[in-house]
Ligand binder design. Sequence first.
Ligand SMILES: [Zn+2]
Length: 443
Amino acid sequence: MLKSMIAAALAMLMAGTAAAQAPAEVLFRNVQVFDGKSDRLTAPTSVLVRGNRIAAIGSAVPAAPGATILDGEGRTLMPGLIDAHWHTILIRPTPEQAIFGDVGFTNLVAGAEARATLMRGFTSVRDLGGPSFGLKQAIDSGVVDGPRIWPSGAMITVTSGHGDFRKASDLPRDGSRPLSRMEQIGGAMVADSPDAVRQRVREQLMLGASQIKLTAGGGVASPHSPLDVSTFTPEELKAAVDAASNWGTYVAVHAYTPTAVRRAIDAGVKVIEHAHLIDDATARYMGEKGVWLSTQPFLAEEASPFQPGSSQYLKEQAVVAGTDVLYGLVRKYRIKTAFGTDILFSESQARRQAALLAAMTRWFTPAEALRMATSTNGELLALSGLRSPYEGKLGVVEEGALADLLLVEGDPIGNIRLIEDPERNFRVIMKDGRIYKNSLQDR
Ligand SMILES: [Zn+2]
């Protein structure tokens, strides 16, 4: 009896192995490729996907019998888009819901948004704060459709810093009382000494963070932090950098002002998020140090989630005013710059995710904008090194890269506005070699 059970189990195992030895193939035929790096499309060619990788590119690429053949009819094949500053859990809820609401509900809503994100062509996101580990696990195991997630876990802040959503009645903090709700759910952690920072960083790493997020200065959405303030001391920043680099990864900081940016760079921080209020000298310093800028086109005409006249609204206006100056400095000092959107608490704004990339053509050529959201963002993701949750190259169409691909109706370099309407113009969406959307049969 036992013997036959073992034999049956072995047979099942071997059947599984056999299936794994012959991964599914998908052949994109007659496509012009934007490879994520070039200024132009290739001549019509074919791209073969085997399993979750791009196996071959060329006009005479043969597909195995049984392969899925997709005739591109001259459409454009390009890498899946990457959003370098995203908050998987915090798009649809209000701040009140996100912090005090039911965690199960918050995650289910975030799951629906994750599917919408993928259907907008964003196949990877770098999550800069929020308890996204559970949803990431559900996406990776195929329970929910969504993008690949590079999670930071809780953003780490100081008392009253950006991300501290506690109320005055929660003070003074007292070790005999439980952590605040925001900390219990892993949204943000308050740390007021180098030791406390180290502990909170290591906790995020234990949960699976691929990079660490600290808020080094004031922020727009938070109730207690004016924009001009600096928060962590140099020693605290250094403690975070040490703990992250011991673990093979890096620290990214939220910072708008010259002081906050400079202090972070001097502590060994690798990526500055935002920086909309920096001056010429600080931009030059970033360029010289080779520090990454992960920033967003905050635009005056975009709807604001904040009440006009509220302190958050006024802070947002200041940051919006800095956007134009910042992209000028990026060009002047050739700062390595990633594209992200940092959308918070607004489902309708999230629908504009790809449109915000198209809006980058105010400062960059369409090819430059598309490069930023593909190969450049792919390089930024690779900064996580061995702590990256997914092995392989992203943001490019080349042999051996992970097969995250979009088949676009038309030429997005010639007309970048095509990406403003992903539902109509992204005809095929593939992530990790799997087709999540194929509207080629619909005419
Ligand atoms: Zn953010």
